[in-house]
Design a protein. Structure first.
Length: 348
């Protein structure tokens, strides 16, 4: 297990430091060394989520350097006067902290360890903290963290001489990213989590420390597994109810004041016409795509297999979402399972 760098141990033992207060980077002064360690943020992956998250950091006063392989995504930032770089290693050269928000494990590994990757500096790295907010498997987070802890900083930051990594995936979707209301599930050294909290709270409303490295990623895939299975359960029950002559609206009313109540029935109802403002009310547009859900279920299935745990619902859910994607619904919100797998009917 990686040891906490000395400056972080000092932070933990310093009771006068406002450990759980969001700190404004604007208020930085030489008497607040931790804040200066967070001032220059490199952000990589400016897609649906990362675009908003990086913007929220800029609005909070951080000096952001941005990178994406998609030039159009970068242009949105350079047009705003934000510094952009052509490669991850160039981003690393001008950042104290790196945040990555990439599609999957292979992209993350490429950005960190590929040619011109973030770790290219090896023994001369500038960033002391790497935060990966992508949804990946815990094993990837743990391997990457171990690899990062072998690197050495170009210059000590305070007392730090070895970089650290936090896995910090998010929940809340694109709307949460835009509104700055994401939830961060964070794994890694607790001292680094405490130091990075102001960053998280500039992009989200809550942060939960999950334990050692990889536990943030584990929490995220468990959350999405439970969400997929409850969405399938509710959709299956609504479709059966319709076939037995009960409308989905009636069943929704019953579920929501009975034991079947859950997020899929009371906040994200999958039946078009039952609830306003959710993806099912706009032809399953926006929201959380079936493609991403299939990816997350694949991560859960692989993790279950790795630890030898029997998880029949995971396998079944993975099969259903893979089938939905193959049938051309990969970009529809994952609640489309009601219409496109169960052949459920819209409410009039
Ligand atoms: P996205 O595909 O919209 O964005 C990913 C970005 O990464 C793209 O702009 C892409 O060009 C960029 N990218 C890919 N490879 C790269 C590379 N080698 N170098 C630099 N940039 C690269 O994905 P997203 O919806 O923003 O999701 C990002 C992550 O967040 C995923 O892991 C996803 O599972 C997770 N997530 C998404 C949501 C959601 O609702 N979209 C919610 C929670 C978590």
């Amino acid at each position: 297990m990686a040891r906490a760098p000395k400056f972080l141990l000092k932070l933990k033992s310093n009771l006068s430091f406002p450990r759980f207060q969001p700190l404004s980077i604007r208020g930085f002064s030489s008497s607040a060394p931790i804040q200066s360690q967070l001032e220059h943020v490199g952000f990589i992956g400016l897609g649906n989520m990362g675009f908003h998250m990086a913007n929220n950091l800029i609005d909070a006063g951080y000096k952001v350097v941005a990178h994406d392989i998609n030039l159009n995504a970068m242009k949105k930032f350079s047009d705003r006067g934000v510094l952009t770089k052509q490669t991850p290693s160039e981003v690393a050269e001008s950042s104290d902290v790196i945040i990555t928000m990439l599609p999957s494990s292979s992209h993350v590994l490429h950005v960190y360890t590929g040619s011109n990757g973030l770790l290219q500096g090896g023994n001369h790295l500038r960033p002391w903290l790497f935060v990966d907010s992508s949804t990946v498997d815990p094993q990837t987070s743990r391997r990457l963290s171990a690899r990062i802890s072998e690197c050495v900083l170009k210059e000590k930051k305070g007392y730090v001489d070895t970089p650290v990594m936090l896995d910090a995936p998010v929940s809340g979707g694109v709307l949460g990213a835009e509104a700055g209301t994401l939830t961060f599930m964070v794994g890694g050294l607790e001292e680094a989590y405490i130091a990075a909290k102001p960053l998280f709270l500039s992009m989200g409303k809550s942060t939960i420390y999950c334990g050692g490295t990889g536990n943030g990623s584990a929490a995220k895939i468990c959350n999405n597994l439970a969400m997929a299975v409850s969405m399938l359960g509710v959709s299956e029950a609504f479709a059966l109810g319709q076939s037995l002559g009960i409308t989905a609206s009636t069943l929704t009313k019953i579920f929501n004041c009975s034991s079947a109540r859950c997020w899929s029935s009371d906040s994200y109802n999958p039946v078009p016409g039952v609830m306003e403002g959710v993806p099912s009310s706009r032809n399953y547009g926006g929201g959380f795509s079936s493609k991403l859900m299939a990816k997350d279920l694949q991560l859960a299935a692989a993790s279950a297999q790795e630890v030898g745990l029997k998880c029949p619902f995971t396998s079944q859910a993975q099969e259903i979402y893979t089938e939905l994607c193959k049938a051309g619904h990969e970009f529809r919100d994952f609640s489309c399972v009601f219409r496109h797998y169960y052949s459920g009917k819209d409410e009039i």
